[in-house]
Write a protein that binds this ligand. Structure first.
Ligand SMILES: [Zn+2]
Length: 282
């Protein structure tokens, strides 16, 4: 076995500029909207989802306006839904739980930051069980696994909520992808490395805020399992309707003068040849 002292993150850059962020810019962007009113507010009812747009250069907050509630969120490039959030690569780059100044990256062949987290009022860190908040370990709840576990057909799972939310954008359930679970505390059990959740730590008014690095289509589902404080599946499962709350989305226009040196990230530099040229030459 490898000595734990020698274990290091795998995805380490040769060029030191990789993943280094100008944190002052993002801190200032956050500060510029702290005392501002949102230019748009969207309310998401319990056990439902909505889709909305955030333009590059805007700031968006996901607010637990009524108290603890986990939120399953998807992101696409507004103009090209093939470019969408890549949860597993983002997890490899930053960790299983997302913190302020981490970025959410898009899938291949684009592989660029879609957004940057500018503020997080939860600031959970890692607890004694190794659990953290804003989860990239899991994914959305879905009606297929729910029916396998319970024999119940539940149409308000996050997968279905997100599917209904994106239909007006001519997307369907095949476009719904692995989510970031905002306000959800998760970890892996020490003995068997199995996924667990803890009750949501959000208080009314807590929020997770991001800066859009490109024009985004976003969709968020107020999970039908609410604040995760009651057992959902297994022998002790109970109805979780009473622990479900609404979510509010707020969009802000930050101080544009802060964005003079900011540029939308370019797709990754690899040309996408995949060795095809070499095989034709043989
Ligand atoms: Zn859910």
């Amino acid at each position: 076995m490898t000595d734990s002292q020698t274990i290091k993150p795998l995805y380490s850059p040769t060029k030191q500029a990789f993943l280094q962020l100008e944190k002052t810019l993002y801190a200032n962007l956050h500060e510029s909207v702290v005392n501002e009113s949102p230019v748009e507010c969207i309310s998401i009812s319990p056990r439902s989802a909505k889709a909305w747009q955030v333009k590059a250069g805007q700031i968006c907050r996901i607010v637990a306006d009524k108290g603890p509630q986990v939120v399953d969120v998807n992101f696409w490039n507004l103009h090209n839904p093939r470019e969408r959030f890549w949860a597993s690569r983002t997890r490899q780059l930053y960790g299983a739980h997302i913190n302020t100044y981490d970025q959410l990256w898009s899938v291949l062949p684009y592989l660029r930051p879609m957004l940057t987290v500018t503020h997080d009022t939860i600031n959970y860190g890692l607890d004694s069980d190794g659990a953290g908040c804003h989860d990239l370990l899991g994914t959305r709840c879905d009606p297929y696994i729910h029916q396998m576990l319970t024999e119940e057909a539940l149409d308000t799972c996050c997968h279905s909520n997100l599917t209904r939310a994106v239909l007006p954008y001519h997307l369907d359930e095949r476009d719904v992808h692995d989510v970031i679970n905002i306000f959800q505390v998760t970890g892996l059990t020490k003995e068997t490395e199995q996924y667990f959740v803890k009750p949501c730590p959000a208080q009314a008014g807590d929020y997770w805020e991001f800066f859009a690095e490109q024009d985004l289509l976003c969709a968020a589902s107020a999970c039908p399992h609410g604040d995760m404080s009651l057992p959902i599946w297994g022998d002790s499962a109970v109805d979780t309707a009473d622990i479900c709350r609404s979510i509010e989305i707020q969009i802000f226009n930050p101080d544009r003068t802060l964005l003079k040196s900011w540029r939308e990230p370019e797709p990754a530099g690899y040309a996408g040849i995949h060795g095809l040229q070499a095989s034709t030459e043989k």
